[in-house]
Design a protein around this ligand. Sequence first.
Ligand SMILES: Nc1ncnc2c1ncn2[C@@H]1O[C@H](COP(=O)(O)OP(=O)(O)OP(=O)(O)O)[C@@H](O)[C@H]1O
Ligand SMILES: [Mg+2]
Length: 259
Amino acid sequence: MAARDSLVIDHVRKVFPMENGELEVLKDIDLEIKKGEFISIVGTSGCGKSTLLRIIAGLEKPTSGKVLIDGKEVTKPSVKTGMIYQEARLFPWLTVEQNIGFGIHEKLSKEERKKRIAGYIDAVNLTGFEKAIPGQLSGGMQQRVSIARALINNLNVLLLDEPFGALDALTRINMQNEVMDIWEKEKTTMILITHDIDEAIFLSDRILVMGKNPGEVKKELRVDMSRPRGRNTAEFIKIRKNIYTEFFKDSEIELEYYI
Ligand SMILES: Nc1ncnc2c1ncn2[C@@H]1O[C@H](COP(=O)(O)OP(=O)(O)OP(=O)(O)O)[C@@H](O)[C@H]1O
Ligand SMILES: [Mg+2]
């Protein structure tokens, strides 16, 4: 059985009841993720990626199978497991520091609290914006606030569901660099869902390619490149080609035109 220090997805299956029968969304997902590992999941729309993250977060129950974090079965949401969505979901009337402070679940003295918040504001490069409200920030800045708010509880696991999907290309690359910095500092286990193949290669130790109907892991790629990773190195391009090949395998489209 799995090490205590890990995230185990043990034969997870998820079926949703439908009017005309059942929809098998996830079929036998079986994974072991090491503590501090960075995993990305790519796959076509509707293949069950968000459903899988919601099960890991304890927001949804598997039909069968189970998820274990550090040896304990997940049965409900935990403050040690954070979730970041495509949109930042901040309180619009609270300032940056109040939004981040809202995430703290521990009892801390006023001083400790202030110090902790300042540390995370610095980690996500928002020093100087402590008193700003979300409406005064760009989309990327808002997303950094939500990342700080999640991380402030010394998370075991951070789940990211297309966190940079709504950002422009340049902001997106900046955010990827920041997530990498934070991951290297905090050693939080991270699972990222993305439609951006380069993002997955840039960040991950392993990339899982999911297929649809039912959702299952079709392929797993290990990215054995040192960090920081050059996005135009031969190795990077080779991994990119491998992933695209997996996506286009069953289609009529000529892969060569696309990469
Ligand atoms: N609560 C629910 N009840 C019924 N069906 C659901 C429910 N949640 C998700 N589904 C269905 O499960 C399938 C997978 O949905 P999910 O949101 O996990 O996909 P996804 O891979 O995250 O897609 P996308 O890339 O578009 O975000 C879809 O067919 C969806 O309609
Ligand atoms: Mg989704």
